[in-house]
Design a protein around this ligand. Structure first.
Ligand SMILES: *Cc1c(COP(=O)(O)O)cnc(C)c1O
Length: 368
């Protein structure tokens, strides 16, 4: 059978391995598997969200509220924006897909950092767009600008702030200077999947959705409930932009794209500031241990504004071998070989999970 030619050079997104796979393949008990691979919240979900979901299980036969009134109301109050400046997606991933289909095509190019969230490229290739990447692995806005100025056909610029899988981010002042140089017909997507972490660590890094879309009408800001809010399994994300952008993305949204239970979970999670704050505080307390650990082994790492840390390994060490050895011991992390890097990305876990990681990693690293 012939398929659309665009699909030919798309590489499947490789998600972090699930716990079930390690249980099946290595015969490790589920409770002994430690998953530090997908930047999920190790502290689980807000107890209030869990309770609220339980309470509406008898509503599963009804279609969800397709206006998503409750969740949009919560988001509009949180960010001080209007309902019509919000779109909800099955993960912010789905909004990336809408945006790419709405703006990019085989006559245009999209621009992104060399090493960034893999879905930007996958969605863009799906519509036949030409992919442009900066020379550096991390975000260097002067490199973005140089490429942008040299090309006429750039429809979308992807800024992942903070950047997955590298962990770096950029100061708001620099982002704003950059945005001033961009034509209003180019959509700039600011993927803020880890903004809660960056904002906690350093206020200078905070990109406020309301402020950025008011100053720059061509910006689409994305947020997610999958990371700090601890709802990765529920698939809820949001996009914030001026009404014109939102209206166009809404045309591509399938009806009922968010389930009743997911809408409820996100609505309640958004109210539980204490849960999110504790998660983020603990994240950075535990992050410091990873930094000390890396220093003690003279492993280079990128200062991280997220809930993961990326170790750049020395030549004689192999990221794939190390990841596989850890996997056999029941510890799942992310090998960055597929990004062309000899590096590993580790989600910051709970204290005891991190203890196990340090202990196991040391054994493997010192022999390998
Ligand atoms: C996790 C993540 C997302 C989206 O996650 P969803 O679960 O689809 O909301 C988007 N961008 C980046 C950079 C991420 O790491």
């Amino acid at each position: 059978m012939e398929f659309n030619k665009e699909l030919k050079d798309i590489k499947n997104y490789s998600a972090g391995k699930p716990i079930e796979l390690v249980v099946r393949e290595y015969g490790i008990k589920p409770k002994d598997v430690i998953k530090l691979a997908s930047n999920e919240n190790p502290y689980g979900s807000s107890p209030k969200a869990i309770e609220a979901v339980r309470a509406i299980c008898n509503k599963m036969h009804l279609y969800p509220d397709d206006s998503m009134y409750e969740l949009k109301d919560g988001l509009s109050k949180r960010f001080n924006i209007r309902d019509d400046e919000i779109i909800i997606g099955a993960g912010s991933d789905q909004i990336l897909e809408f945006a790419t289909r709405a703006k990019a095509n085989d006559q245009t190019s999209v621009l992104m950092a060399k090493t960034t969230f893999a879905m930007y490229e996958i969605y863009a290739k799906g519509v036949g767009a030409n992919i442009l990447k900066t020379p550096s692995d991390t975000h260097k806005l002067d490199e973005f600008l140089k490429i942008y100025k040299s090309k006429e056909d750039i429809s979308i610029i992807f800024l992942c702030l903070p950047n997955n899988p590298m962990g770096e981010t950029i100061k708001k002042s620099e982002v704003y200077s950059f945005l001033k140089e961009i034509d209003k017909n180019t959509l700039v997507i600011i993927d803020g999947a880890y903004q809660e972490f960056a904002t906690y660590k350093d206020k200078q890094m905070q990109i406020e959705p309301k402020d950025v879309i008011e100053k720059f009408e061509n910006v689409l800001y994305l947020g997610t409930f999958s990371k700090a809010y601890g709802l990765g399994g529920m698939r809820v994300g949001y996009g914030i932009a001026k009404e014109e952008i939102i209206q166009n993305l809404m045309k591509l949204r399938p009806p009922f794209n968010i389930t009743t239970l997911s809408l409820k979970a996100a609505t309640e999670a958004l109210k539980d500031d204490e849960f999110v704050k504790n998660s983020i505080e603990n994240n950075f307390i535990q992050m410091r241990r990873y930094e000390e650990f890396a220093k003690s082994l003279e492993i280079e790492y990128i200062p991280s504004y997220t809930n993961f840390i990326t170790f750049l390994l020395k030549d004689g060490k192999n990221s794939s071998e190390i990841s596989n050895s850890l996997l056999k011991k029941g510890i799942i992390i992310r090998d960055l070989k597929s990004y062309g890097l000899n590096a590993i990305r580790i989600t910051i876990g709970k204290k005891d999970e991190n203890d196990s990681f340090f202990e196991t990693f040391l054994k493997i690293y010192n022999v390998g």
